[in-house]
Design a protein around this ligand. Structure first.
Ligand code: 8LE
Length: 466
């Protein structure tokens, strides 16, 4: 067995390294090794990262002392699964009492190189502090993953996501820079910017494109309205994070059909940057592989936070293996997924999320004893003829009954929609197993997302959103 490439903690990568141009792998050993051997190396690393966090942060020390465990106890994955998860609420609390970065900042404040954060639209914002060395390591990690997607030095990478607090755009940019690509940090969100993006894409013809899936669909609509076929952009790879979509079959298909490019799903959470540690590859383009030597991904029972067997559903729990600024150790995602371990066509020996991340536990609609994933509605509608491309789901309580209203755009004129309404409404009802009140509205009448879509309006009093 050859040695794992640059496997040391704290991590420092050779900034001039590039793989053999013919290799599909950045680090052939780390990516294709026997998973049991990789896991053994990760277990040692988990202990190292925990020793580091225990000795440098009050947050982790207090948390683990209260749980009666020490980093040295972590001699098996069973022991690691007893480590209490970190929640977003705890981080908010820590930052309230220890502003601005919380007492889980494990490096000196002078080492902080970038500050990012949550948008804070639904509560107090959380600040992400990224150390200078970490930023370099993140760039390296994600350059490696971009290489796996088929992006190569010299390719132009068009970043069409918000350049602000959002880490997605910056993470894509720094990775592409490390890979010696040409970056076009176009951004998103300003007025008229989507039409300008169409002009730039048509002129520059980049090889790769990064955005949210919702935004790619919006961009395709704007291009088509301007009589430009998005296939003329000549994109080779489109990689997405931020929300479900790239693994929702009909959404993925719609993007592939519009742009004629390979669609790659990636993304964990901003706190977990290098967030691309869950990502598909050129050779395994469906679902997401879990690059276990960058971030340790567990899929757990949402109550006990013990891992579930391969083949089962659960919630992702993430642990950094290379971060030293705000390392996350068992961060609870509150998302839902299913994991498997099988032979991947690309030869990487990582576990896989075949259907990506379906959505957040909080976004699942509980209605009359049934669970409805908003992505199921999206996936269904996109296959319906005359669907106008956007919809809204309203859940409300009328008397003692919960009611679900789906409002979808229709491309037919107002007087000719009765068959569309009847068949789509009954199709949705039998798919979801709940009664649906279905309404059609004019095409292009609902708002399009510039970032992540928010299609569910839950008007029930007892439903609280965080
Ligand atoms: C399904 C990962 C990043 C930087 O793009 C991002 O959006 O991070 P953020 O803002 O912390 O949001 C993380 C949440 O977005 C996840 O918990 C999950 O609910 C959702 N998400 C991100 N990427 C995906 C995703 N959901 N598939 C994805 N590929």
């Amino acid at each position: 067995m050859a040695a794992m490439e640059e496997w040391a903690f704290p991590t420092r990568y050779d900034q001039d390294y590039l793989p053999d141009p013919d290799s599909p792998y950045w680090f052939p050993v780390r990516e294709t090794m026997d998973p049991a051997e990789r896991d053994a190396a990760v277990l040692v690393r988990l202990r190292e990262v925990m020793e580091y966090a225990y000795s440098t942060s009050d947050f982790y020390k207090t948390k683990w002392d209260a749980a009666g465990l020490k980093p040295a106890d972590i001699t098996s994955f069973e022991a690691f699964e007893q480590v209490p998860v970190v929640t977003k609420a705890e981080m908010r609390e820590s930052q309230a009492t220890h502003p601005p970065f919380g007492d889980y900042l494990c490096c000196d404040e002078s080492e902080v190189h970038h500050i990012h954060g949550t948008s804070g639209t639904t509560g107090a914002p959380t600040a992400f502090a990224l150390g200078r060395r970490d930023w370099e390591v993140i760039a390296d990690n994600q350059a490696r993953i971009l290489w796996g997607m088929g992006v190569r030095p010299g390719d132009t990478v068009f970043v069409a996501a918000l350049f602000s607090l959002y880490l997605g755009s910056w993470g894509a940019m720094t990775a592409a820079e490390r890979l010696r690509c040409r970056v076009l940090p176009f951004g998103a969100g300003a007025q008229g910017m989507t039409a300008r993006a169409v002009t730039w894409l048509a002129r520059v013809k980049p090889a790769a494109f990064y955005a949210t899936p919702s935004y790619a669909l919006r961009l395709a609509e704007v291009a088509e309205a301007e009589k430009i076929d998005p296939r003329e952009f000549g994109l080779k790879v489109m990689f997405f994070s931020g929300e479900p979509g790239a693994s929702v079959p009909s959404v993925r298909q719609a993007i592939e059909d519009s742009f004629g490019a390979t669609v790659i799903d990636c993304g964990t959470m901003a706190e977990m940057t290098p967030f691309m540690s869950a990502s598909a590859t050129a050779g395994t383009p469906d679902g997401m592989l879990l690059w276990q030597d960058i971030v340790w991904h567990e899929v757990c029972d949402p109550d006990s936070f013990r891992t579930v067997p391969y083949g089962s559903e659960g919630t992702p729990v993430y642990t950094h293996l290379e971060r030293t600024s705000q390392p996350m150790i068992r961060l609870a995602s509150n998302d839902l997924t299913r994991w498997v371990m099988e032979d991947n066509p690309c030869g990487r020996t990582y576990p896989k999320l075949p259907e990506g991340v379906y959505g957040r536990i909080d976004d699942m609609i509980h209605i009359r004893g049934e669970n409805v994933y908003p992505t199921e509605v999206d996936n269904y509608l996109r296959q319906v003829e005359h669907y106008g491309g956007e919809h809204q789901i309203v859940v409300r309580r009328t008397g003692s009954m919960d009611e679900m209203i789906v409002r979808a755009e229709c491309t037919l004129p107002d007087g000719e929609r009765s068959e569309f309404e009847r068949s789509t409404g009954s199709g949705l009802q039998s798919l979801l197993g709940v009664r649906v009140t279905f309404e059609s509205v004019d095409a292009r009448s609902l708002e399009r997302a510039e970032h992540k879509s928010r299609r569910v309006v839950d008007e029930r009093e007892h439903t609280k959103r965080g």
